[in-house]
Design a protein around this ligand. Structure first.
Ligand code: 3PG
Length: 208
């Protein structure tokens, strides 16, 4: 496992961040650092995504990845912005190949045995289980672990403080992702103290 993936495992959770304005990134970056959760997956769903990755990457202690990456071109742009890992909602050969060309770890989505096998054929064993809740949640992850003991899953989509432990107690779950760790209204309000507190609470849930 790459050092980046090891760091993600160590954090146990990955805040999924969608920024409408890259000017909000420095405040968020500081809040994640002071809250003790120095990792973020910035979704490529807004025009601000690349600039947000670049701004967050200015913090050397912050592990910044790019999420919702569905094309090879987006991999190029994420790499140029400084992303340290790539997350994809599904499994795309072109995304995986381009991430490898940039020497970036990639975590593609897979929720069925067929999708897991396709990822294994590409040499990948760290997979995003997305959308986690509506794809069967912890029960399906546990069922997939039996035939695929080499796979580590990052469930995302419908993970919350209420069900986080249901996922993290499964041995093959390396970390859980979620947008609840970075509430949009706090980002928009640039409320660094509240964002930091939310990060601290999220990290504390993992420690429990
Ligand atoms: C993702 O992009 O990974 C999900 O949209 C995050 O899902 P959540 O909002 O349910 O945490």
């Amino acid at each position: 496992m790459s050092s980046v993936l090891s760091r993600i495992c160590g954090h146990g959770v990955v805040p999924v961040v969608t920024l409408d304005d890259a000017a909000h990134a420095p405040t968020l970056g500081r809040a994640l650092l002071t809250g003790g959760l120095p990792v973020a997956e910035v979704t490529f769903r807004t025009h601000a995504a690349e600039a947000a990755v670049a701004a967050l990457s200015q913090e050397p202690e912050l592990l910044v990845g790019a999420g919702t990456i569905i094309t090879a071109d987006q991999v190029d742009r994420a790499a140029a912005a400084g992303a340290r890992f790539i997350v994809s909602p599904g499994l795309s050969r072109s995304v995986v190949a381009r991430a490898a060309a940039h020497d970036l770890p990639v975590i593609p989505g897979a929720v069925t045995a067929t999708e897991v096998q396709a990822a294994l054929e590409l040499g990948l064993t760290a997979l995003k289980f997305f959308p986690a809740a509506s794809s069967g949640g912890p029960a399906v992850i546990s069922a997939l672990a039996a035939p695929f003991p080499q796979v580590r899953f990052m469930p995302t989509g419908g993970v919350s403080p209420q069900n986080l432990s249901d996922y993290l107690t499964i041995p093959c779950v390396m970390a859980a992702g979620g947008s609840w760790m970075v509430p949009q209204h706090l980002v928009a309000a640039q409320d660094e103290a509240a964002l930091s507190e939310q990060a601290r609470r999220s990290a504390a849930l993992v420690a429990q």
